[in-house]
Design a protein. Structure first.
Ligand SMILES: Nc1ncnc2c1ncn2[C@@H]1O[C@H](COP(=O)(O)OP(=O)(O)O)[C@@H](O)[C@H]1O
Ligand SMILES: [Mg+2]
Length: 370
């Protein structure tokens, strides 16, 4: 078990955030509402998070001097993305508490280590195998079958670094196109739906998970999330239990997201549905954005509370919630969204819309009937 540093912030203290995207921006906004300051570290001068904090460090993650100065300015350090280089985390952790603990990144940065970890907990995943050459890819296919999904072990996101392999595909070409020497092959899961659970864990072991979210992807990018997921209470309890078990096993402090597939067990024999874990994100997650307007406490606030050493909220959902991502040119329609009754619009302040770029999101809440 990873020991997490003990932190107890008071209003006015400063949180350091690594990464300056929309997640960092929304974390900083949640911190501000609780009277906490943030300083953002990002190599990108156009970081959306820079716009909402007074102090920003624009430097490379390998810039040790900049990291040290940043650490000196803050009381605790967190991150908005899982690919924080190990060396960066080490420099920072030597000076200030880093939460979630640096050790957790080692598990979640690598799909193979992550899957092994989930499996060891007795939680279901797609069948998978380590692949490091065309020969081992053939061996993995012999074991797992087709169709299957090949994924780079590291640095994949929004469907990048992965491909579906079907019967008859040219395996040498698939392997060359993936452009890595470390990958995993996963059985293709004919899922009924995709869900995720956002859970927060405090240093004292308190865990609070949000209602299960149902996720719809388009071109491998999250398009719409709905809460609650249209699944049975038993399945929702199972999904939340899995996320809570993972958070506890990691001795996690902060918010994490667990992406899962719902599958029909023995579909031909009309078996009951069950849940398989797809991946873990050691951070706030796009599928939890609905909590900003759809719950009494948001995923961003829960994360800030957890790393500040404050009690977590007990989230109460305000009704049925739909979150729609504004991706690429979708952003051009923001004025129309502004006039939709009941819609809450979030724009990330990014420059030019590029295809696939997350530019903002909209939440719509249908209040629960009393
Ligand atoms: N084994 C699988 N079987 C079926 N679909 C999959 C599988 N793995 C991934 N996918 C699909 O691809 C999407 C992206 O894969 P994921 O592993 O979550 O990577 P990313 O880091 O890009 O989010 C998933 O949300 C799911 O829709
Ligand atoms: Mg994913």
């Amino acid at each position: 078990m990873t020991a997490s540093p003990q932190v107890k912030l008071k209003p006015g203290d400063t949180i350091g955030i690594l990464g300056g995207g929309q997640l960092g921006r929304m974390l900083a906004m949640a911190a501000a509402r609780l009277g906490l300051r943030c300083q953002v570290f990002s190599p990108d001068p156009d970081s959306p998070a820079f716009d909402v904090v007074l102090n920003a460090t624009c430097a490379e993650y390998a810039d040790v001097e900049a990291l040290e100065l940043f650490a000196n300015d803050v009381d605790v350090i967190t991150y908005e993305f899982e690919n924080v280089p190990a060396a960066t985390a080490m420099v920072l952790a030597a000076r200030r508490p880093v939460l979630p603990a640096q050790k957790i990144l080692e598990t979640t940065q690598d799909r193979l280590i992550e899957k092994d970890f989930v499996k060891r907990l007795g939680i279901g995943t797609a069948d998978y195998a380590d692949v490091s050459s065309v020969e081992s890819l053939r061996a993995a296919i012999a074991k797992i079958g087709l169709p299957a999904v090949i994924k780079t072990r590291r640095f994949g996101y929004d469907g990048k670094g992965q491909a579906i392999i079907r019967q008859g595909d040219d395996l040498a070409k698939v392997w060359e196109d993936l452009g890595t020497r470390s990958a995993i092959l996963e059985a293709f899961i004919p899922f009924e739906r995709e869900i995720s659970v956002i859970a927060a864990r405090a240093a004292d072991g308190q865990v609070e998970s949000f209602d299960v979210t149902e996720n719809e992807h388009r071109d491998h990018i999250l398009r719409i999330s709905r809460a609650p997921a249209q699944i049975s209470e038993a399945l929702a309890a199972q999904a939340r239990g899995i996320a809570e078990q993972i958070a506890t096993a990691l001795n996690y402090v902060g918010v994490l997201a667990v992406e899962m597939f719902v599958v029909q067990e023995n579909a031909d024999q009309s078996g009951s549905p069950k849940v398989l874990v797809n991946e873990i994100a050691p951070r706030v997650h796009n599928s939890g954005h609905w909590t900003l307007d759809g719950a009494s406490v948001s995923q961003f606030e829960q994360h800030i509370r957890a790393i500040a050493g404050w009690p977590l909220g007990k989230p109460v959902r305000h009704g049925e919630v739909t979150m729609t991502n504004l991706i690429g040119d979708d952003i051009l329609g923001y004025e129309r969204w502004l006039t939709v009754p009941g819609a809450t619009v979030h724009l990330y302040g990014k420059g030019a819309p590029k295809p696939g770029r997350k530019m903002g999101h909209v939440t719509e809440v249908t209040p629960a009937r009393k």
